[in-house]
Design a protein around this ligand. Sequence first.
Ligand SMILES: Cc1cc2nc3c(=O)[nH]c(=O)nc-3n(C[C@H](O)[C@H](O)[C@H](O)COP(=O)(O)O)c2cc1C
Length: 200
Amino acid sequence: MNNGETYLQNLLTNRRIVRNYIHSDEEYSGLKKVAEYAIKIPTAGFARGIEIVHVSKKENILELAKLSNEETYVEKGFDKWISKSLSIYILLVNEKAYHERYAQMDKEGSTNSSSWDTPYWYVDAGAAMMNCMLLIEEIGLKSGFLGSHNMKINDIKSLFSIPENYKILGFITAGIEEKGTSMIKNVAKKKITHNEYFSK
Ligand SMILES: Cc1cc2nc3c(=O)[nH]c(=O)nc-3n(C[C@H](O)[C@H](O)[C@H](O)COP(=O)(O)O)c2cc1C
């Protein structure tokens, strides 16, 4: 990289959540592979309880826009986001896979997965989410994340044949950024990395 950053440092610097995409019928062959590589994550106990559904058919993306209440979002003055995505990655957690894994003999001495202070399935899901975003950045597109708190979860599960006991964490979106729409963030700088000691 000409600014002294490594390739990965550069991807991390440039990645931003983008919610404004332009309409495009262009095919991005790399989008399917994003899910395949994003899932290459470590998982607690190698439980492999994180899964991704890659959605790229236009009609399915439009359904996801409906089922995630895009209309309400647009009524608030925002641009269409989900429906203009080229691909959507539905991020799934199969919590049962963790409990089953930690019930196995070799995990007898471990803390019971139902008593974890931090449910590691969310840690693992975050890793997959970040991989997904960087892979999208790498193919020249921009990513976003819509949490599942305002979605018709059961309808989405039924449409995409997602098992009932899986949790939908949200959608990672990929699209071509509509230039000139990014908001300048007016937030105070905050120290969130620490060298050697937290404070001194
Ligand atoms: C777990 C998680 C949930 C998020 N949920 C939403 C969401 O529901 N809607 C949304 O517009 N952005 C959502 N975001 C995006 C954040 O608001 C975003 O990270 C923040 O604006 C900073 O973005 P940047 O680091 O790309 O600049 C979410 C991000 C994370 C990590």
